[in-house]
Unconditional design. Structure first.
Length: 359
């Protein structure tokens, strides 16, 4: 599990500070690439797309067009995309800025949705940003990472699985949102397995960095919750929108997507309680272990107090018993052993060590 968790919703780009609204600045180091998928019930085509002026001139009104952009390095490509499809400059700025909260915005010629998708990269939880533009017969998705979390949707379109190719662009936009929401569940299942292992480690009194792992888990869960709650709100706003651009059938599917997000929030809350319980249990075990150590040290000190007194008196130079009585030294040693044994027996009877019940 990772331990470096900068806030993904805080912009740290100095070029953005003081810039006019709608200014496009690179949102990452991933190289920008694009692909175009056009489909109808009867046909499906998918090719790499070069974002140059006029790339949409041959689009058919009967097809649904999906422009998929990955990587936020090239502001020029995003600018051409916006000019060609008449996308709002403010929405384009948010799409290329990788620190947005999930949200929904309505514009004159399109709808704009921002989602955050949990991804494990190098064993660390990060939130990829997926921005969606929904127009009359097109959907544009802009992803921050080169990792393609929407590849399963490409496969569904290519193989014509389900009824997606019979639907319009609004259903494609829903399908993108559904793919994004589905990414939460494998992450939560991984967290569930991790928490089970941590629970075993806590109860086994393991000395590894359990507390640090629990803190990391709690931060990751908080990150997912910060993403899931506004995503729920955004999807609700879109499904409740009074517009013919969203069919009634698609609205039903969006409500199902909302139910999935509610389930994600419930799982996160349950896992947070689990983490808190494990932290309390770990701290309790560590306190009990420390008490046991202190008890042993106290018992040892208690036993050596009378022995130290005898040795100190016996070691004084004003009188040497063994010079008058040859068995003096063995008798003193025997007395010291008897005192130590008696104290140990007394502690054991009182239940201060061993497995006897405390009295």
């Amino acid at each position: 599990m990772g331990h470096n968790h900068p806030n993904p919703f805080l912009s740290r780009d100095p070029e953005k500070h003081g810039a006019p609204p709608g200014t496009l600045t690179p949102g990452g180091h991933e190289k920008t690439s694009a692909s175009l998928t056009r489909y109808s019930q009867a046909r499906h085509e998918s090719d790499e797309l070069t974002l140059i002026s006029g790339f949409s001139e041959d689009w058919s009104a009967d097809d649904v067009h999906w422009v998929k952009v990955r990587g936020l390095e090239s502001t020029e490509a995003i600018r051409i995309l916006g000019e060609e499809l008449k996308l709002p400059s403010l929405a384009l700025e948010d799409a290329i800025s990788p620190h947005q909260l999930p949200k929904f915005e309505s514009y004159q010629n399109c709808y704009f949705i921002v989602l955050r998708v949990p991804v494990m990269r190098h064993d660390e939880l990060v939130l990829d940003q997926v921005s969606i533009f929904l127009g009359d017969n097109f959907v544009v998705t802009v992803q921050g990472f080169g990792d393609d979390c929407l590849s399963v949707l490409d496969k569904r379109l290519r193989e014509s699985r389900g009824n997606i190719r019979e639907r319009k662009a609004d259903f494609l936009a829903y399908s993108v949102m559904d793919c994004a929401v589905d990414q939460y569940f494998p992450i939560l299942e991984r967290f569930d397995s991790t928490l089970e292992n941590l629970e075993v480690a806590v109860t086994a009194s393991s000395t590894k960095d359990i507390l640090q792992d629990l803190h990391t888990m709690r931060r990751d869960l908080l990150l997912i919750r910060k993403s899931a709650i506004p995503t729920t709100t955004a999807i609700n706003e879109l499904s409740d929108l009074c517009t013919d651009a969203i069919s009634e059938g698609t609205r039903h599917y969006m409500r199902d997507c909302h139910d999935h997000l509610v389930r994600v929030s419930n799982i996160v809350d349950s896992h947070k309680e689990w983490v808190n319980s494990l932290m309390e249990l770990y701290i309790s075990f560590q306190g009990h272990r420390m008490n046991e150590i202190m008890k042993v040290l106290t018992l040892v000190s208690t036993i050596f107090i009378p022995l130290g007194f005898i040795v100190s008196v016996y070691g004084m130079k004003f009188y040497q018993p063994e010079t008058q009585f040859r068995y003096a030294y063995p008798i003193v040693m025997g007395a010291m052993a008897a005192i130590a044994g008696g104290l140990l027996y007394y502690f054991w009877k009182r239940g201060w060590f061993g497995h006897r019940k405390l009295r």
